[in-house]
Design a protein around this ligand. Structure first.
Ligand code: SAJ
Length: 412
């Protein structure tokens, strides 16, 4: 395997491209976003991920990584494009379809195509069908089995944003080929840089494995979130409670919060629900619990505000989790925005990881440093456990109504 093409240069595709390039392969990255392509070709990056820019810069300058908007021939293709869902939580494979069709014309005998995008069960078979339809002159695993001209596999990513560079190399990989030969070819490719184990299975199991990992986490966070609501009602500190319960050798309750954000955990469980709507009862309930947590937080703030003459609310944190600057799909943004609409000119957002607010938040809330916000506010709503808030001088909170959704101010 000498030349590899990565379709989709986002937060999975780009680090993967850099990893292959730094292990001696020639990598061509393909993206529909001209800005991303130009940025990468200058040795820079268009996303935030610690350690990534240095690697991309080295690979581009060494001539081993190049980006383009038009697919070209290669020995292997890795598809890492988004798989969102439609309004009704039905998975949308339009980007996978577009990516497969875009590489179909350059495919040749002996090539390997790997789907990495988080996908509903059956997506790899669907991708193979799209490719077979576009290239009737080649054989694919569904007709020719192990003797097919083109090999197809599914290999999900499982890296944690913020730790992508390390986890990409260290994590075990699940590789689901459409045939044994497909799995072996794909495993050989990943072993170029993966130090974890490359474990082989079939494509459907590999697809379900990725969905299982994120659903497991969603269900367990839902348990913590439900517990926090019950504990609040019963006048029990949920963080003390969880700390005590977790002393049991076989109990490990996760942490409650203002809801579940990000692009993975709040999305992937719906792919399982869509595949088995009548059976995925717990998974669906967990989604509902986590999605309703922001409403519960809003209600708490509104109750607190009712008892204060001129409520001024400081919302600490906007990102979807601690110590990152990613505001997309963040429950903290949802809550802060709703408060801004309800209490015009009375809400101050604090987010140490960004320099300014964008619309629509900018229109409804103020943006200040934590010190200034705390000076003005009489209600403090902690939404994200950023290190700046963990280290806060607790005397700054004296005399204020504090609503801590993450247990940051609880010091046992
Ligand atoms: N959260 C809680 N309580 C917790 C843990 C998390 O409320 O105890 C919240 C976070 O605040 C955040 C959300 O859940 O809003 C998700 O954060 P996360 O750190 O759990 O996960 P992500 O979305 O950054 O990354 C996940 C990871 N999956 C698992 O840990 C099983 C990562 O390995 C996947 O690669 C990634 O999804 C993905 O791309 O699917």
């Amino acid at each position: 395997m000498k030349k590899i093409s990565i379709i989709g240069l986002g937060y999975i595709g780009l680090p993967t491209a850099a990893a292959f390039a730094s292990h001696g392969l020639t990598v061509v990255g393909v993206d529909v976003n001209q800005h991303a392509v130009d940025t990468i070709n200058r040795g820079k990056i268009h996303i935030v991920e610690p350690g990534l820019e240095t690697r991309v810069k080295e690979a581009v300058h060494a001539g081993r990584l190049r980006a383009t908007t038009t697919p070209e021939a290669a020995d292997a293709f890795l598809i890492a494009v988004p798989t969102p869902f439609k309004d009704d939580h039905v998975p949308d494979l339009k980007y996978v379809e577009a990516a497969s069709l875009s590489i179909a014309s350059v495919l040749k005998r002996g090539d390997l195509v790997v789907l990495e995008s988080t996908s509903p069960v059956g997506a790899t078979e669907q991708m193979a069908a799209w490719l077979a339809q576009a290239r009737p002159d080649l054989t694919f695993p569904q007709q020719a089995g192990d003797d097919s001209d083109v090999r197809i596999a599914y290999c999900p990513e499982r890296v944690l944003p913020g730790h992508v560079i390390r986890e990409l190399i260290e994590n075990d990989r699940v590789i689901g080929g459409m045939t044994t030969n497909c799995s072996e070819q794909a495993a050989k490719l990943y072993k170029t840089f993966v130090r974890g184990e490359c474990v082989i299975t079939d494509a459907r199991t590999a697809e379900m494995c990725k969905l299982t990992e994120n659903s497991f986490r969603d269900v367990n966070i839902a348990f913590a979130n439900e517990l926090s609501i019950i504990a609040d009602k019963l006048d029990i500190n949920v963080w003390e409670l969880i700390g005590l319960a977790n002393r049991h050798p076989r109990v490990n309750v996760l942490q409650p919060g203002p809801g579940v954000g990000g692009h993975c955990i709040a999305v992937d469980p719906w792919f399982i629900v869509d595949s088995a709507p009548d059976d995925a009862r717990l998974i669906r309930a967990a989604r509902a619990i986590n999605d309703s947590k922001p409403v519960w937080v809003l209600d708490k703030v509104e109750k607190a505000a009712r008892g204060i003459k001129n409520p001024v609310i400081a919302c600490l944190g906007l990102a979807f989790k601690a110590n990152i600057d990613d505001l997309r799909e963040s429950p903290a943004v949802e809550i802060t925005h709703a408060l801004g609409v309800k209490y015009p000119m009375q809400v101050i957002a604090v987010e140490p990881n960004i320099s300014e607010l964008t619309e629509p938040l900018r229109d409804v809330v103020d943006f200040k440093s934590v010190e200034k916000a705390l000076k003005e506010a009489n209600i403090v709503l902690l939404l994200v456990g950023h290190r700046e808030f963990v280290d806060l001088d607790m005397s700054l909170l004296e005399g204020k109504t504090v609503i801590d959704t993450r247990g940051v101010f609880y010091k046992p």
